[in-house]
Design a protein around this ligand. Sequence first.
Ligand code: ZN
Length: 227
Amino acid sequence: MNARPASAVPSAAGFRYSLRGGAVEIANRLAAREDVDIAADLLAGSHLHAARSTETLRQWAAAAADLGHRMATDSGLDHDPSVPVTEEPGGLVGDQLVLARYLSRPPTVVLHPAAIAAAEAVVTAAGWATLFPAGTVRRAAIAHEVAHGLLDGPYRRRLRACAGPVLLRWGHRSWRGVVVGADEIAAHAYARIRLGLRRSPLLLAAAVTELVRPQPPTDPSRRTKES
Ligand SMILES: [Zn+2]
């Protein structure tokens, strides 16, 4: 049903990708899960958490999302800082799509339009136009990176405290470590609230991971010979 044949799509910035068939079925399966379970899956993807139970990962994911929500409603924060937004080609690291990056010195959000276009193609193929209306992917990517800036600044300590495992106890004091991946979950949760979305953009990120099949760049010299 609406299964789209995998066909290579040339992206605006030079990398090629195809979308897996069965996008709607895959999208429906993902959307049937709660955001917190998708977030727990993200944590489970790190070998650092291999020994943790699903319930522990779920608790950490929920705490990280809660932190993102609190950041998004913190009236003391500048939610629309004048961070320059630039665009660069690329957006493919290994076989992973990277929509945007946050550079701290100086604070800058770098968008990769080709990767954003690929994510928008996933929204269309999944039939998620109501979940992620036009323009949402770009705005969510910027909000996500702004959140990274906040997590790197005023919210750094709270990120550590919100979900980190206790590394050391001494009397009544304890020191916690940051859960790898918690910042991603918090940043997605922040973007969800700031944009007023029903679902976390983490759902879209999971769909992108499942549906987008990057293809190795073609060798221009070979293309010349073949043409
Ligand atoms: Zn991120």
